[in-house]
Design a protein around this ligand. Structure first.
Ligand SMILES: [Zn+2]
Length: 263
């Protein structure tokens, strides 16, 4: 008799739990709120500069990352293998190290030394890409689609925040490009910092690119390169950058501004 009662009670508890979980999943899906269209500051065939005004930065939190599958499908379509990379964020780093080890070029040796320091000193935290980073990546591939020929392109985003009484406002200054290593004019960022905005993060991507002729793919490395370290140091010193984030679309590394002193 007692056992039956316990069984019935546990059944009810399970039903209630299922109900709570279902409501929360449904609410999370309903809660998705997308940023409004950006201001287009400049646009050429090769570059775009956009600014997003976001009333409440929390729209990127606590929601399903709807953009993730868009990125994954785009990467798979250009030959990035899910089996190769999806479950192992260190895989691109290991490949890059192997690649550098075969090269005598001082540029590659400097990159190898930098990467060794980052990994041995445990600089930064590697985690799955978040909604904000995925959103930015989807803007990059929307304007400069990934194809087998143009799979190497980068964006750079400056995430500015300002807290008012109730919420945190966000501005995203987003540079999109159809190439790599482009120079950006940070005058807009400087102006915002002077107006009291905090440079919360700098986010850019490291694209996957395949070098079949060398039998290696050294793209998608989730670590700051030698030139990234220099760029981020300047941003920390000039604008008080809090975090540097590098994503390959699947995983990201987040490095605190002060950690660049250790490199
Ligand atoms: Zn970089």
């Amino acid at each position: 008799m007692r056992n039956r009662k316990i069984k019935e009670m546990s059944k009810i508890i399970w039903i209630v739990l299922f109900f709570i979980v279902s409501v929360r999943v449904f609410a999370a899906a309903e809660n998705v709120c997308l940023p409004q269209e950006p201001q287009i500051i400049s646009k050429t065939q090769d570059n775009m500069l956009l600014i997003y005004d976001i009333e409440d930065a929390s729209i990127f939190e606590n929601q399903n990352n709807l953009y993730f599958n868009v990125i994954k499908d785009a990467l798979l379509a250009v030959g990035i293998s899910e089996a190769q990379i999806y479950n192992n964020p260190s895989y691109p780093i290991d490949l890059a190290m192997k690649f550098y080890a075969t090269k005598k070029d001082p540029v590659f040796q400097a990159e190898a030394k930098n990467l060794t320091t980052i990994t041995t000193k445990n600089i930064g935290v590697i985690r799955k890409v978040n909604t904000l980073e995925s959103f930015l990546y989807t803007q990059q591939i929307k304007h400069f689609p990934l194809t087998k020929e143009t799979k190497s392109s980068e964006f750079m985003a400056y995430i500015l925040k300002k807290r008012n009484i109730q919420k945190q406002q966000m501005k995203i200054v987003l540079f999109l490009s159809n190439g790599l290593r482009f120079k950006v004019d940070t005058a807009i960022v400087k102006q915002h910092v002077q107006d009291g905005w905090q440079l919360s993060a700098h986010i850019h991507n490291h694209p996957f690119y395949i070098r079949p002729q060398e039998g290696l793919d050294i793209g998608g490395v989730i670590a700051p390169s030698v030139s990234d370290v220099q760029m981020h140091r300047v941003l920390v010193a000039s604008y008080g950058l809090e975090n540097a984030i590098i994503t390959n679309g699947l995983f990201s590394i987040e490095v605190a501004g002060k950690d660049f002193d250790k490199l």
